[in-house]
Design a protein. Structure first.
Length: 164
């Protein structure tokens, strides 16, 4: 069973009431990266390829920092810190506004016990402008049995350890 938006909000920090939806919480855009070097995924380890953070632009009449993205693949970092509670599994879905603008967000399962500011793969099929802080994804939590909790290498990603 999926949990209510208010339940999910209890496990996401730095949100405002507008982000709480009936069945989840909207996650906002913090940063956009472009992978510059190959990565490696082996049987006994992995290596994320070198990335560079893209710069934002400011439109003269608007103070919003905006990423102007051309077709390609980008890694997006969410602004909010998520803590997946025991007895649950997290799923991230793209907001429909992305799909309506020829973009798709690919994500993975978020295991019980994961804490951090996660990332997703943004596929851009037509030029798009995304403002920093724009709502791009929705986190939902489902009840789930599990064997242990997440203790992988991405635990605490993109946050200072003092936040935990």
């Amino acid at each position: 069973m999926f949990e209510s938006g208010s339940f999910v909000a209890d496990h996401v920090t730095d949100t405002d009431p507008e982000q709480v939806q009936p069945n989840g919480v909207d996650l906002t855009l913090e940063r956009v990266y472009e992978q510059r070097e190959p990565g490696r995924i082996g049987r006994e380890g992995k290596e994320v390829g070198e990335r560079r953070e893209l710069e934002t632009e400011q439109v003269a009449d608007d103070a919003a920092e905006t990423y102007y993205l051309t077709p390609g693949g980008y890694v997006v970092q969410y602004a909010e810190t998520v803590a997946i509670p025991e007895g649950h599994v997290g799923f991230i879905y793209p907001r429909s506004s992305l799909m309506r603008n020829s973009c798709m967000l690919n994500t993975a399962v978020w295991d019980a016990g994961y804490e951090g500011k996660g990332e997703g793969l943004l596929e851009v099929h037509h030029d798009v402008a995304l403002e920093r802080g724009a709502r791009i994804a929705q986190l939902v939590l489902a009840e789930a049995d599990h064997d242990g909790t997440y203790a992988g290498s991405y635990q605490g990603e993109n946050v200072g350890l003092d936040e935990f």
